[in-house]
Design a protein around this ligand. Structure first.
Ligand SMILES: Nc1ncnc2c1ncn2[C@@H]1O[C@H](COP(=O)(O)OP(=O)(O)O)[C@@H](O)[C@H]1O
Ligand SMILES: Nc1ccn([C@@H]2O[C@H](COP(=O)(O)O)[C@@H](O)[C@H]2O)c(=O)n1
Length: 214
């Protein structure tokens, strides 16, 4: 973990799909934004860094294993994190879960004091582990994650119940066991009971403030 410069503090929140990463990230963001101001804190989602597949037919895109580390463009993510740490603005890609690829538009993000990074595969990558200042693993039971994912993907990501179950059995669960769960060993904090865990929220807020003052 990087302990040399804390002009920009990066916290990574990893864990299974639908384990509560987004909820924890947005809660910390909304509770700290009053203190730091909107210009100094942001959430970055690893999902924005799924590889561009616009050159592939839809038939091919749906076959991609989206839970394997190779599905992610971590090289671009690391270069953006480095750019932000150096005080530069970056263009965050826009990802579509229905098109299974990047969209043409990007979102400009200026340098921040605090970046909350959230995503399933963050802690599997030594390059990311080297850039971040603290890491969290959401230790939510897989059956709870599955039920939440099923509800969310049907309601928000344009999926059928059958497709969610098939993808879960084919790739989501096996890749969790092969890559994501083993990356828990790299977490500084393991969070039970999901994104509403008040002790974890308060601990992370305090840690962010401490790292900024180091
Ligand atoms: N503690 C919780 N209680 C009830 N629902 C939750 C809880 N945490 C998350 N959810 C719901 O579960 C779904 C997945 O949560 P989310 O934070 O988006 O997970 P992730 O970012 O890890 O994929 C969302 O619809 C969210 O509202
Ligand atoms: N085209 C895609 C891209 C990703 N996924 C799934 O998203 C999950 C990660 O996002 P969370 O918000 O749930 O952490 C991951 O498990 C992929 O399977 C997808 O279904 N389609």
């Amino acid at each position: 973990m990087n302990n040399t410069s804390n002009s920009c503090v990066i916290i990574a929140i990893a864990g299974a799909s639908a384990s509560g990463k987004s909820l924890l990230s947005s809660t910390i963001y909304s509770e700290l934004v009053a203190e730091f101001g909107e210009s100094q804190i942001a959430v970055i989602t690893e999902d924005c860094y799924y590889r561009d597949q616009s050159h592939l037919e839809m038939e091919e895109r749906v076959k991609t294993n989206y839970d394997h580390p190779q599905a992610m463009d971590h090289k671009l993510l690391c270069s953006h994190l480095q750019g932000l740490s150096d005080g530069n603005a970056v263009e965050i890609p826009t990802y579509s879960y229905t098109e299974h690829t990047r969209m043409p538009e990007t979102t400009k993000l200026t340098a921040k004091k605090v970046i909350i990074l959230e995503g399933i595969l963050l802690l599997t990558d030594p390059a990311i582990r080297n850039i971040i200042h603290a890491s969290v693993f959401m230790d939510t039971p897989l059956d709870i994650c599955f039920v939440r994912r099923l509800q969310r993907d049907v309601a928000e990501r344009g999926r059928t119940m059958e497709s969610v179950i098939e993808q879960y059995n084919d790739t989501v669960r096996p890749m969790f066991l092969q890559f994501i769960e083993p990356s828990k060993q790299y977490a500084d904090l393991i969070v039970p009971r999901g994104g509403k865990n008040r002790f974890a929220i308060d601990t992370l807020k305090a840690k962010i403030c401490q790292l900024l003052n180091d």
